[in-house]
Design a protein around this ligand. Structure first.
Ligand SMILES: C[S@@+](CC[C@H](N)C(=O)[O-])C[C@H]1O[C@@H](n2cnc3c(N)ncnc32)[C@H](O)[C@@H]1O
Length: 237
């Protein structure tokens, strides 16, 4: 399993503000200010966050309040109904999106680690919106390949970095025209500027792949560890 690098020298947890600072490229003060000026999440999501920060060894894998709100707004503003998430972890981002999807909306979230999946499913079962979430346990790329063309409204890519480019290709296939991809960690802690390991090189390659793809409109956002917001063009030539 590919994990996010351990926290940098500026890293520290701040549970009360609902964020986890672990980078040096976005100032900790700015991260805290952004979280403080972002609407709080539901009590169940705060519980997922607290559980993840205190009971798992990889708290920095959690998206948290600012990115969670961003995902919710992306779902709401795009009127998405069919969402695919690659990388469930403890279920925070899937649950955040489920909370704002319409009643007949659906999320398929994919996780290959059965321990993570069990934690997430327990939280989904406790949510009144959990019925919208289907948790699929397995290798994300294999599962993506079974999904039909052009039926998905939004894909959130947040799993192993070496497969990001392959996830992107499959995501473009399953997305309807005008659909959105949100790819997390595209700054990869600043390591994309001078890649020295396979994950960093994979993220740098992914960013170039997206940049060069004429089928998409893209916006590289410096929120948290970087989010690439990509829209499949309505008319693809
Ligand atoms: C960064 S975490 C996801 C965080 C989650 N989206 C959230 O916001 O709380 C990445 C997850 O992807 C899972 N994962 C990594 N490689 C995978 C793969 N090849 N197939 C499926 N899941 C994978 C990991 O086990 C981990 O739980």
């Amino acid at each position: 399993m590919s994990r996010k690098p351990t926290q940098g020298s500026g890293g520290q947890a701040n549970n009360s503000a609902g964020i986890y600072c672990f980078m040096d490229i976005v100032a900790k003060q700015a991260e805290e200010y952004a979280a403080d000026h972002t609407s709080p999440m539901s009590s169940l999501l705060e519980e997922v966050e607290h559980f993840t920060l205190t009971r798992t060894p990889y708290p920095s894998m959690l998206t948290g309040r600012v990115e969670g709100r961003f995902l919710q707004l992306a779902v709401q503003l795009s009127s998405a109904k069919h969402v695919v998430e690659i990388g469930t972890f403890t279920g925070y981002s899937a649950l955040a999106m489920a909370e704002v999807l319409p009643h007949d909306g659906k999320i398929l979230t994919i996780e290959h680690n059965s321990h993570h999946a069990k934690i997430a499913q327990n939280f989904f079962d406790r949510s009144s919106r959990g019925f919208k979430i289907t948790l699929c346990i397995g290798e994300a790329l294999e599962i993506l390949k079974t999904l039909p063309d052009a039926r998905t409204d939004l894909v959130f890519i947040d799993a192993d970095k070496r497969n990001y480019s392959a996830y992107y290709r499959e995501s473009m296939r399953i997305l309807r025209n005008g659909g959105l991809i949100l790819a997390d960690n595209v700054l990869w802690y600043g390591r994309i500027f001078d890649p020295k390991d396979d994950d960093s090189q994979a993220m740098a390659d992914f960013n170039e792949l997206v940049k060069a793809d004429d089928r998409a409109e893209k916006l590289f956002l410096t929120i948290r560890d970087g989010i690439y917001l990509i829209r499949k063009r309505v008319s693809v030539e």
